[in-house]
Design a protein around this ligand. Structure first.
Ligand code: PLP
Length: 400
């Protein structure tokens, strides 16, 4: 192919940002409005109520920041903690690392539990550390639910059981940036105190909204929290949100987009959304197995339903596969980050996605691997995924 124009669609298969459905694109295409008008709350107030359904909470309070997920990370910590506070955090990938780094930059003392990359949070080690903390100096446990860098999902319900078994009052901070609205996430049932997400993954929007859900227990700690905050101060939101307003100018197109995203999620039904992600992930895993490759995730219990991190064989560079896929086939795959740089490539299978779209990405990954010399059998991964996709969720939909 020659010329600057790239006909057809770009295949966006990084694990966020994800494809924005045409319905959402149209919903965001609005003239600007007065965000202090008497009509504005009609748009905003239902967003908070509906986001609670996505977090699966009754009592949690939702805050929506014009920011990315990183802003929501910062907000969760600075609104509830003081410099010098101790936090416990397992580290098993680039995003758990970055959250720990952010906490430290705010003067928080993070006790890091190193876990092998490809595994996740260990409830046993968390319980042990909390039991040893007799004076309750540890104020919170920070866990990344779905480590996007390695394609690993941790068991948050088990982390909650560990905290309870230790009889420890630490708050549970959970990063759900690449899980919420794609993988089952139960704020109330799992006793999460602060849950964080962003708009550009399961919510199918552009980046630009950082969303936090806060438990009543966490809200009660706000008054004592001395970390510096200004833009990300929950209190400013709590003053203005009940009326449906923001403390500063919100991104109107993103709010209209969020309205449509929530409508789409509820139309499909959250249960069905989770089942679809599981189905697509299983198809991807069937392809990886047929290629004779392995995932970065060490065992099935860690497998992520939103992103598969695929190890390239010794002597090859994952970055070459990604570059080839992008330049030759207009397919965007995710890179290996930090200690995984060059060792893997990632396929994001989350958001507004169906089987045939994913088959296109698997075909492109297969061709790109062969182009750089990785000898996978032509068609093997695609065929394995096809056979998987012929069964399952789609068939159930037809039968319904
Ligand atoms: N946490 C996880 C698990 C992520 O995957 C990401 C981004 O990919 C972030 C946090 C940071 O979010 P953002 O890039 O929206 O600031």
């Amino acid at each position: 192919m020659s010329g600057a124009r790239r006909p057809g669609r770009n295949f966006l298969f990084v694990p966020g940002p994800t494809n924005v459905p045409a319905r959402i694109l149209r919903a965001m295409h609005v003239p600007m409005e007065d965000h202090r008008s008497s009509d504005f709350p009609k748009l905003t107030l239902p967003l908070y109520e509906d986001m609670k359904k996505v977090f699966q909470t009754k009592d949690g309070q939702v805050v929506i920041f014009p920011s990315s997920g990183t802003g929501a990370w910062e907000a969760s910590l600075t609104n509830t903690r003081s410099p010098g506070d101790k936090l416990l955090a397992p580290r098993f990938g680039q995003f758990s690392h970055l959250w720990i780094d952010l906490a430290r930059r705010h003067g928080l003392e993070v006790i890091v539990q190193e876990e092998e990359w490809g595994t996740g949070a260990s409830p046993e080690r968390i319980e042990e550390a909390l039991r040893a903390d007799k004076t309750h100096e540890i104020k919170g446990v920070m866990v990344v639910h779905n480590e996007t860098a390695t394609g690993v999902t941790s068991d948050i319900a088990a982390v909650r059981r560990a905290i309870d078994a230790a009889g420890h009052p630490a708050l549970l901070y959970v990063d759900g940036v690449s899980s919420i609205a794609s993988i089952d996430f139960r704020f109330d049932e799992w006793g999460v105190d602060l849950a964080i997400t962003g708009s550009q993954k399961g919510m199918m929007l552009p980046a630009g909204l950082g969303i936090v859900c806060v438990s009543q227990k966490a809200l009660a700690q706000m008054a004592d929290a001395k970390c510096t905050k200004a833009y990300f101060d929950f209190a400013d939101h709590f003053r203005t949100n009940p009326g449906g307003y923001f403390p500063y100018t919100p991104s109107l197109p993103l709010l209209y987009g969020l309205r449509e995203s929530l409508a789409i999620l509820f139309e499909e039904g959250l249960e069905n959304v989770f089942a679809r992600h599981r189905h697509l992930a299983n198809g991807t895993r069937a392809a990886v197995e047929a290629w004779g490759l392995t995932l970065c995730a060490k065992e099935p219990k860690w497998y992520s339903d939103t992103v598969s991190a695929i190890m390239v064989p010794e002597g090859f560079n994952g970055a070459d596969v990604i570059d080839r896929a992008y330049r030759r086939y207009d397919l965007a795959l995710g890179a290996g980050l930090s200690q995984m740089a060059g060792k893997l490539f990632r396929i994001g299978h989350l958001g507004d996605l169906n089987e045939l779209m994913l088959l296109g990405a698997l075909a492109g990954a297969e061709m790109s691997m062969r182009d750089v010399g990785i000898e996978v059998v032509p068609g093997s991964g695609v065929a394995a995924a096809q056979e998987h996709f012929r069964e399952g969720v789609g068939e159930q939909r037809l039968a319904a």
